[in-house]
Design a protein around this ligand. Structure first.
Ligand code: IPE
Ligand code: IPE
Ligand code: MG
Ligand code: MG
Ligand code: MG
Length: 328
């Protein structure tokens, strides 16, 4: 796993440099700082690295996917800034959230700036053809609509306790899977892949994206704030309908009522959160979620069989496993 972290790290300096250059023209200064802040704080760079690695795995050059990859990281960053306002989370990447430092007004604008810049960057990609740029742009635009749809579903589920597994899967595909799928699809497009390979790479991204969000929901319960860089138990506190909560409500037997009570409460104590985690562990909801995610990763690796063997293909296999091995 440390290998995958190292590999992602190897791509990050080029991406950060490209982002910094593209954001350097933004004024006034506070908007530029708020827009670049989370990139400086340092994320895993999973999506842009996936974009570049996919370009290589389909036989293209990673340089040709650099602009699309950076743009996708900007879309991801926009979604995090707005997500922390919506989820009322104070920490991100181990730092105070953008809205905590600059206020909600500037945070909304920083998100909007990153969102717009991303499209400008893709359309100006010089080493790829106008057709490739158009296709990558359409791919990213589609993911952006899905992120908003997914986030709207996520927020709507906070007041509902009868959300089904299918509804959850649709929500996480849209809020998280779609952008990861866009990263691998755009990488395939910029790498010059044929249509069926482009479609397969979208499917690979979609499947690891589902597992990625299930793991995110798990880490919210099982990690610690220092490792994760964001608060623990935030989802239970807000009554978020994660697959773990959904499965727990139906399988916790006598404990279901207590679990529901905690999920519905807006002012839980730390003890309440720990009790909910205990209930969710005991009733097998965490194990259920893990198996669902493992199945998704397995399918993602099968999709990769369409690619010829190469070291980049092997990295894509390793990233599929990393999604569930990661602890941050
Ligand atoms: C967090 O994404 C938000 C989700 C979609 C679950 P990451 O876990 O990739 O966040 P960073 O970029 O590494 O901070
Ligand atoms: C994140 O979902 C989805 C997007 C940012 C689009 P979460 O709300 O679970 O992400 P974290 O846990 O705050 O990173
Ligand atoms: Mg959220
Ligand atoms: Mg959140
Ligand atoms: Mg989360």
């Amino acid at each position: 796993m440390s290998d995958v972290k190292e590999i992602l790290g190897n791509y990050s300096s080029d991406i950060i440099q490209s982002i910094e250059e593209d954001l350097s023209v933004i004024t006034p200064n506070n908007l530029q700082e708020a827009s670049f802040y989370l990139t400086k704080a340092g994320g895993k760079m999973l999506r842009p690295a996936l974009c570049l690695i996919t370009a290589e795995a389909v036989g293209g050059k990673k340089e040709d996917a650099l602009k699309a990859g950076s743009a996708i990281e900007l879309i991801h960053t926009f979604s995090l800034i707005h997500d922390d306002i919506m989820d009322d989370d104070d920490m991100r990447r181990g730092m105070p959230s953008v809205h905590k430092v600059w206020g909600e007004d500037v945070a909304i604008l920083a998100g909007d700036t990153l969102f717009s810049k991303a499209f400008e960057i893709i359309i100006n990609s010089e080493s790829t053809s106008p057709l490739q740029n158009n296709q990558a742009l359409a791919t990213v635009a589609d993911a952006c609509v899905k992120i908003c749809e997914g986030q709207a579903l996520d927020m709507g589920f906070e007041d509902r306790f009868d959300v089904t597994e299918d509804e959850y899967m649709e929500m996480i595909f849209k809020k998280t899977g779609a952008l990861i799928a866009a990263a691998t699809k755009a990488g395939a497009i910029m790498g010059g892949a044929s249509d069926d390979v482009v479609d397969a790479m979208y499917e690979y991204g979609r499947l690891i994206g589902l597992a990625f969000q299930i793991q995110d929901d798990y880490l919210d319960l099982a990690s610690d704030e220092e490792t994760l860089g964001k608060p623990i138990g935030s989802d239970i506190g807000k009554g978020k309908m994660t697959i773990i909560a959904i499965n727990g409500i139906s399988s916790a037997g006598d404990d279901s009522e207590k679990l529901l009570e905690i999920l519905k409460d807006d002012n839980n104590s730390k003890e309440d959160i720990y009790l909910a985690i205990e209930i969710l562990t005991k009733c097998g909801a965490i194990e259920y979620a893990r198996n669902l995610a493992l199945n998704s990763v397995k399918q993602a690796k099968e999709v990769l069989e369409i690619l010829p063997d190469s070291s980049s293909k092997q990295v894509l296999v390793d990233i599929a496993d990393f999604v569930l091995e990661r602890n941050s």
